[in-house]
Design a protein around this ligand. Structure first.
Ligand SMILES: [Zn+2]
Length: 510
């Protein structure tokens, strides 16, 4: 069936629909490179600015996708891999300043259970919780991210999008989104994909094998430079290959876009000795908890949650290797809380706390989870105790938990203050603006609250919705002097003008 055949991940999709090259032609291009014949050079590829606009267009839709998930705990963990990779790419000269400045370099998490990660135009990256839940170390996750990062630094996507396509970004964006929807739900995506069906049917192009090898090679260097163990590349490949044999039900779309060859695996294996002495595998403790969280959050069904709770029953738990027991206890604690069995969640949480041991990163994850559960059952003061003293370097997850506790305790001023400081440094943090909107509303600062909601829209690239909110804030500032002060009102006016400008630029692209 046609849709099944193109039930691909985004990478494949981007490739498939762009340029009008058939797979056959792609192989010819590969061959051309080897024989010195003309190939897809930068002179024909899309400009970075146009690629970024295309990426923004796609990202705007992803932010609206019900599967998009901004979980601060997993997000912080992914950032703790991502930022060192970016630094390493710069240090190795793999990240040209022009791309560094023009592209988004943003990782978006998806609730999807399938094992997948992908790169999109303009350096947006998607990571499914299914992938986070299945990798067994930070090094393995770093290997996948470094590979995807390298597809972008090497401008592989740009090379697949010719200048000719630059004229029709709306079509390309629609096609990529349609194909992504098809990959998630092969049976139900007809409506989304129908507009571009004819184009999709006659064009199919993947990253070439040369591009895959290059992303392996460059990614391997970047991950090593960033301090991740090179073994992560090999064990990731092994895991994917093994899973592919065991699981033919489509749970591993990563394999469809990144076919494994023995050659690729051997290539990585051969690279190991040069780096192995310098780096040691990251301790698995924290990773086990994060992977457990990803598995629970990727499937909120009652049956799945009950399953995680049962896995931590003492008889069940004893059968698992010691290294996996903390993960099982974490999953059970979170799952019991999601089932609103709070007494059970606290009981398992106590077992988790005593199993956590001396590892500071593990202990921190346990504190965050206990605070989250205390908040869920309405014990905000206890949540603050679980969080512990908050230093200036607290993480995003810690900030959001503390803010929720403060709001529940009626301390909106304190919450607003810490959030203002945060968004000053992180102006595109949609979730921070969301909490700021609530804090300002609780303080009775209506204009500031509506403006913060507009900032959520701006951060998620929905300028039309942002403008509607900013206009409402302007009306309110004019008609109700108590709703906001002069300072607030002037910020709203400035932001409204900026958003109008962004909308005009967007209109020109169509
Ligand atoms: Zn790849």
């Amino acid at each position: 069936m046609y849709l099944k055949r193109i039930a691909l991940t985004a990478i494949t999709c981007i490739a498939m629909l762009l340029g009008g090259f058939s797979r056959l032609q792609a192989e010819e291009i590969d061959a051309g490179r080897n024989t010195g014949l003309p190939n897809l050079g930068d002179s024909t590829s899309i400009t970075p600015a146009a690629e970024r606009r295309l990426g923004d267009r796609i990202a705007r839709e992803l932010y609206r996708d019900p599967d998009y998930l901004d979980d601060a705990v997993i997000g912080d963990y992914v950032q703790s891999i991502w930022l060192p990779l970016m630094t390493a790419a710069r240090a190795r000269g793999e990240l040209p300043p022009e791309l560094d400045a023009q592209y988004a370099w943003k990782v978006l998490l998806g609730r999807d259970r399938s094992v997948n990660a992908f790169a999109l135009p303009g350096a947006y990256f998607g990571v499914h919780l299914g992938l986070v839940g299945v990798v067994s170390s930070k090094d393995e996750l770093a290997a996948v991210l470094a590979h995807e990062l390298s597809h972008v630094t090497q401008r592989h996507i740009a090379r697949l999008i010719t200048r000719q396509n630059e004229q029709t970004p709306w079509l390309i964006g629609a096609m990529i989104l349609g194909a992504m929807a098809a990959s998630k739900n092969p049976g139900g995506a007809n409506a989304v994909i129908v507009g571009g069906q004819a184009v999709a049917a006659q064009t199919q192009l993947n990253f070439s094998r040369d591009m895959e090898r290059e992303a392996d090679r460059v990614g391997f260097g970047i991950a090593g430079e960033a301090g991740f163990a090179p073994q992560g590349f090999v064990s990731m490949f092994e895991k994917l290959q093994q899973s592919n044999r065991l699981n033919d039900a489509g749970g591993f779309p990563y394999l469809r876009s990144h076919p494994l060859s023995t050659e690729r695996m051997a290539d990585m294996q051969a690279r190991i000795p040069s780096q192995a002495a310098a780096t040691h595998p990251a301790p698995a403790g924290e990773h086990a908890l994060i992977a457990a969280r990803a598995r629970v959050l990727s499937n909120p069904s009652v049956d799945a949650l009950r399953h995680w709770v049962q896995e931590a029953e003492p008889a069940q738990l004893a059968r698992q290797p010691a290294a996996q027991q903390a993960g099982a206890l974490y999953a059970a604690t979170l799952a019991a809380s999601r089932l609103r069995s709070f007494d059970q969640a606290e009981a398992v949480g106590r077992r988790l706390r005593s199993a956590a041991g001396a590892d500071a990163l593990v202990a921190r994850q346990v504190r965050l989870l206990l605070a989250e559960i205390a908040l869920a059952r309405g014990k905000a003061a206890l949540a603050l105790v679980d969080l512990g003293p908050q230093g200036p370097n607290r993480s995003r997850a810690e900030l959001f938990l503390a803010v929720q506790a403060q709001l529940a305790l009626g301390h909106a001023d304190g919450a607003s203050q810490s959030l203002q400081t945060w968004v000053a440094d992180n102006p595109a943090d949609a979730q921070a603006w969301q909490w700021l909107a609530r804090s300002a509303a609780a303080q009775g600062r209506t204009v500031a609250s509506i403006r913060a909601e507009a900032e959520v829209n701006i951060a998620q690239l929905d300028y039309a919705a942002a403008l509607a909110r900013l206009k409402a804030a302007q009306d309110m500032a004019r008609n109700d002097p108590k709703a906001g002060d002069h300072f607030e009102a002037s910020i709203v006016d400035t932001r409204a003008r900026q958003v109008e400008q962004l909308l005009r630029e967007q209109a020109l692209e169509r």
